[in-house]
Ligand binder design. Structure first.
Ligand code: FAD
Length: 315
């Protein structure tokens, strides 16, 4: 994460400012406000604004006139109940806005989540920074042999070094050609006064997908938790999961009761199909049930065994 002195000063000024408000605020999130949380090698995530707190969820669920005087334990109990029973609209009363700097290939996964408001840095208008994501050695893994959307063992030795060299060289060369076609340097001065330079909206197509972009991303708590249930999941790609993990930290600070309910009833929960429940019932009744007797496919059985941590499963 590299910020210019000017960007650092802007953040410091934003953090120093104070505004009087009648709205409820959350001290732990106020503490994080505007501060970039580093993610990957050059990325970050920071909270720009938010609306609501755990109390707003409860208030909406009860359609009450004020903040109410119930005990924290009662409010947490209600939030847990709402989460357990997928009574989701009270969670939509809380909103949060992030500023995220992320590689383009991560942004492509992220943008599939349609229930958010997004405004991205315009590479038609501005020149993208010379910043590329290069995986740390421990994340430079081979293709998984069992999961087409997953990774296997970490690459080692000369193969790892060669891959890193290729990634760095290709990104650097593409970026150099990008500036060359623009006929601009990073300070936006013309390199060769005799050349017109290609339009920014065209030159950008030459950049590699590990180039960093930035956006403001605003969503409500219900949709944020849906995003996190998919992207903070161990099956999500590491490069988006680290952003989800940083967001989880902000959710913990912002709405601690909703966060705990989310961990309990969504992130840490498993879904069993009707066939899996039937197999589990037979097992609990003392029957020895294997994949062949269960009626589940091999893949379903593997998922079932992993989610219950059955002997021999890798879950
Ligand atoms: C592990 C993993 C692997 C994936 N692999 C692929 C892949 O190979 N190829 C691929 O293309 N995508 C892939 N995706 C993306 C995935 O299919 C979804 O597009 C993405 O996760 C966004 O989910 P969503 O639509 O639920 O979220 P959002 O867009 O935020 O929507 C939230 C919810 O709102 C509702 N909703 C929103 N818009 C509509 C609509 N227009 N119509 C009806 N309901 C709507 C739905 O209930 C939806 O679940 C993958 C995602 C994950 C997590």
């Amino acid at each position: 994460m590299r910020l210019t002195a000017e960007q650092d000063a802007d953040i410091a000024a934003a953090r120093a400012a104070r505004a009087e408000t009648r709205r409820p605020t959350v001290a732990a999130l106020e503490e994080l406000l505007f501060t970039p949380l580093p993610v990957l090698d050059h990325g970050f995530l920071r909270v720009i604004d938010y609306m609501g707190d755990d109390g707003a969820i409860v208030q909406a669920a009860r359609v009450s006139y004020g903040r109410g005087t119930r005990r924290v334990s009662e409010d947490s109990g209600l939030i847990s109940y709402l989460m357990r029973h997928r009574h989701s609209t009270p969670f939509e009363m809380c909103e949060i806005k992030y500023h995220v700097k992320l590689p383009i290939f991560v942004a492509r996964q992220w943008i599939r989540h349609r229930t958010a408001n997004v405004n991205e840095y315009s590479a038609r208008y501005s020149i993208l920074d010379r910043e590329f994501y290069l995986p740390a050695p421990e994340h430079l893994a081979a293709q998984s042999a069992t999961n087409r959307q997953g990774r296997g063992a970490v690459l080692e030795g000369t193969e790892a070094a060669r891959v890193l060299d290729l990634l760095r060289e290709d990104a650097t060369r593409s970026y150099d050609h990008y500036l060359d076609m623009l006929n601009e340097d990073t300070a936006e001065a013309p390199r060769d006064p005799a050349r017109a330079g290609l339009a920014r909206e065209l030159a950008r197509m030459n950049l590699t997908l590990n180039t960093y972009t930035q956006w403001y991303w605003k969503t409500d708590l219900h949709n944020l938790l849906h995003f996190l249930s998919l992207r903070a999941d161990p099956h999500a790609q590491h490069e988006i999961r680290v952003y989800a993990d940083a967001m989880l930290e902000t959710v913990r600070a912002w709405v601690p009761a909703a966060y705990q309910a989310f961990l309990e009833y969504r992130l840490g929960a498993v879904t069993l199909s009707a066939g899996m429940v039937a197999a589990l019932r037979r097992m609990l009744a003392g029957e020895t049930v294997g994949q062949a007797e269960s009626g589940l496919t091999k893949r379903e059985w593997t998922e079932f065994a992993a989610s219950l941590g059955l002997p021999g499963s890798s879950g």
